[in-house]
Write a protein that binds this ligand. Sequence first.
Ligand code: FPP
Ligand code: MG
Length: 299
Amino acid sequence: MRELEKCLAQSISEDSFIKKICAPLISGGKRLRPLLFFLCSGKAAPVPLATALELIHTASLVHDDILDCAKKRRGVATINATYGAQIAVLVGDYLFAKAFQLVAEGNYGSKVSEILSRLVKNLCIGEIMQDRALFAVPTLSEYYTRINLKTAFFLSTCCRLGAIVAESDEDETENLAAYGENLGLAFQIVDDLLDFFGEENLTGKILGGDLKSGVITLPVIRALSQSRDAETLKKIIAQGSVSGEDVQTTIKIISATDAAAYCKTRAEAHIDCALINLPDCPARFALEQIASFVINRRR
Ligand code: FPP
Ligand code: MG
């Protein structure tokens, strides 16, 4: 992980403006993706590939914040909030290009490039789906498709790539990939819960950000099917613009239902699935610890 930090710092140091605006954002990440990659690959892990995964993730967050008009990320002002969407598009592109430079220089082969291309395509499709359905309530199945594409597939890819560079057999590779996928589903459900019930100083994001940007997530989907005040919630969503007061009303409505417990139970079920076929590899204990972090996290 220390080597990763060095490689990340180098990746943004070619240009002084890029360095200045990316350093605070880069330093605030949890490093979940490279950590999964390292743990699933053992000693064979190439640091530049792990760095590329973190850079792709960071690039996607920079672009995500433009789409969401988000003001805060990882406890600091977003690039779009400080420098505008034009600069933020280009900074995201830069990080993305840097990731693929590291991949090209590492010569990891066409299989790795193909897996990374699929990863980015899925991220884009997930975001497009989400963006085309703002302020509309997705079905449970639509919600799952979306979180699979934008989060679960990424964590699964990190595990898969780790297994591939370690030349694991097919069974172990698929089991590690399944661990990553379920971990990702749990991660996103918890993320969606934290959007309403997190502490801003820990999440580093503004409360109710998903709802404000029109992204309707599992706590709201569940509350709509359970609450006596479902009509009020429907009206808030149908307005197409959500105020701070609307966020507070929504939190009250969600809190009066079983939605938070329902989300937690679903996330826990994915964690159980993640762990069930976890291979008896040296990293098993650490992968279990990550699973427990994902379910209990507040940041
Ligand atoms: C955060 O999720 C965003 C993502 C998981 C994916 C964003 C992907 C793109 C913008 C497309 C790909 C772009 C590139 C450059 C690779 P969230 O919005 O649920 O979480 P948040 O609350 O942290 O914003
Ligand atoms: Mg977002």
